[in-house]
Structures are given as structure tokens and as C-alpha cells.
Design a protein around this ligand. Sequence first.
Ligand SMILES: Cc1cc2nc3c(=O)[nH]c(=O)nc-3n(C[C@H](O)[C@H](O)[C@H](O)COP(=O)(O)OP(=O)(O)OC[C@H]3O[C@@H](n4cnc5c(N)ncnc54)[C@H](O)[C@@H]3O)c2cc1C
Length: 130
Amino acid sequence: MMPRLVVVGNGMAGVACVEQILKHAPKFEITIFGDETHVNYNRILLSSVLAGEKAANEIQLNGLEWYEKHGIELRLGVRITDVAAERKTVTGDDGSITSFNKLLIATGSTPLIPPMDGVKKEGVFVFQRL
Ligand SMILES: Cc1cc2nc3c(=O)[nH]c(=O)nc-3n(C[C@H](O)[C@H](O)[C@H](O)COP(=O)(O)OP(=O)(O)OC[C@H]3O[C@@H](n4cnc5c(N)ncnc54)[C@H](O)[C@@H]3O)c2cc1C
């Protein structure tokens, strides 16, 4: 049985890394967790979506068929809340526990929101996700 690579974060860095692993050493069963509900997309082009120049599906990087073609188990909408390094498991917010041999954490960043009046008002949000 092939070792399992678990990737936490279905973003630009995590998936780019998986693309290279597939190119050079396709020797893992791969599971990717992403807490967003979309397949991998080009976050840099979010501005074009906001401007109405592109539709959301036009900034997609890898469609579901890419994950299927490479036998990647994609767990969308699941946030990893705990890593048990010694047991080599990750826990999802859906209650799932997944074992890994190798773990890649590519969770990106959390925006800093300056302490200004009004930031907690309804309709005020950071511009980071589809
Ligand atoms: C509007 C905008 C414009 C940008 N323009 C540029 C640009 O012009 N040039 C440039 O170089 N960069 C730009 N960037 C920055 C660039 O998008 C980021 O540097 C890049 O996306 C980082 O990739 P990443 O994989 O590290 O993180 P991300 O792409 O953020 O991916 C991380 C993923 O992990 C998920 N995640 C986080 N925690 C968990 C968890 N616990 N469990 C499961 N999933 C989790 C997140 O939801 C996210 O989907 C821009 C960013 C934005 C928002």
C-alpha cells in the first residue's frame, strides 16, 4: 500500500506542491482538505471576479476531473482543527479522523483587520475568498 499524503489547504501553494509531487514522484495516496467549498482557484484573480470581468469558474485552476484523474480524495468544506503528530492523524470539523504518513500544511494566511470603527458591522468583510 502506498503511503498517504494529507494536505491541509486546497489553495494555491498546497495544490502547486501536489502538482509537482505528481510530476516527480507519484508515490502517495493523496487526501486534500480545504475549508472552502470550491475547487482550487487563482486567488490573485479574485479582483477580476469582483470587477465583473470574470466569472468564478473562469479563475478555477483545477477542476474536479483533475482531482479524480490523479486519484486525489478531495474533502471540501472540511476544516482541520487538530493535528496529532505522534499518532499521525488529523481531525476535521466534521468529526473525521484521517491518518497520514506525510502531512503538508498549506493553510495560507489570516488577514489582519485594523481596529477601526465599523469593522464589525454587517456587510463588512475581508476580500480574500470567493
Ligand atoms: C484579492 C487578492 C489579490 C492578490 N493578488 C496577488 C498578486 O497580484 N500577486 C501575488 O503574488 N499574490 C497575490 N495575492 C496573494 C496570493 O493569493 C497568496 O499569496 C496565495 O494565495 C497564497 O497561497 P496559499 O496556498 O499559501 O494560501 P491560500 O491560497 O490562501 O490557500 C490556503 C487555503 O487553505 C484553507 N485553509 C486554511 N486553514 C485550513 C484548515 N485548518 N483546514 C482546511 N483548510 C484550511 C484556506 O481556506 C485556503 O483555501 C492576492 C491575494 C488576494 C486575496
